[in-house]
Design a binder for this molecule. Structure first.
Ligand code: GRF
Length: 206
């Protein structure tokens, strides 16, 4: 069983889906802690209602960067975390955490990376850019996190068609459904030790 930390800042629908899959015994893991910068987000509300341990880390509570960065590490060490899941987390995570958790931090991104990723590509902006480009496919990507935004090794992707009458909001809804499906699937595989990195490429043994 893997100990999981989720980092989320917003509605937390990926966090909720993964937790539901844990409760239904589809994923052999446990969410030990939710870390958020935003005490008033839906993800925190869900954690409170469902008795999931949570911790708020932001500049207001930890004005000193050094102390703030240390706090992340303290929480992750205390909970003996094996896997970190970024799920709509809007802050940069400290470099020390990326180093200490190499290939143990995943992120979900609402496009087929490397297209429509990197600084500035978040939320509805991603879907606006996809429509603007005229691309006929979009989708979602789960990848490991390294020091560059949206650039770590790709673990899994799934695409959908962009229809001629799709607007950004339509795409975001359709892609979010795909996100829930593939993020849960990847976390399930990870918790069953089915994800390996061989020569910098991710290999999943189903
Ligand atoms: C998702 O679109 C995800 O791809 C992006 O942030 C959003 C989070 O959604 N990284 P939610 O908070 O899980 O509903």
């Amino acid at each position: 069983m893997k100990n999981i930390a989720v980092f989320a800042s917003g509605s937390g629908s990926n966090f909720i889906k993964i937790n539901e899959n844990i409760i239904n015994n589809n994923i052999n893991g446990k969410i030990k802690v939710l870390i958020s910068n935003n005490p008033r987000c839906d993800a925190v509300e869900y954690a409170i209602k469902n008795n999931i341990n949570f911790k708020i880390i932001n500049n207001h509570r930890y004005p000193e960067k050094k102390i703030k960065d240390k706090e992340y590490q303290n929480i992750l060490s205390k909970s003996e975390i094996d896997l970190i899941l970024l799920a709509g987390f809007m802050k940069k995570i400290p470099f020390s955490i990326i180093e200490n958790f190499k290939n143990k931090i995943m992120n979900i991104h609402p496009s087929i990376l490397p297209s429509f990723g990197g600084p500035g590509f978040y939320g509805i902006k991603v879907h606006e850019a996809v429509i603007e480009s005229g691309n006929k496919l979009t989708g979602a990507t789960v990848h490991f996190v390294d020091e560059e935004y949206d650039r770590g090794p790709i673990i899994f992707q799934k695409s959908i068609d962009v229809l001629s009458d799709d607007g950004p909001t339509d795409l975001s809804k359709k892609v979010l459904k795909i996100e829930h499906e593939i993020y849960s699937k990847v976390v399930k595989y990870y918790c069953e030790n089915k994800i390996k990195i061989i020569k910098d490429k991710v290999v999943i043994s189903e």
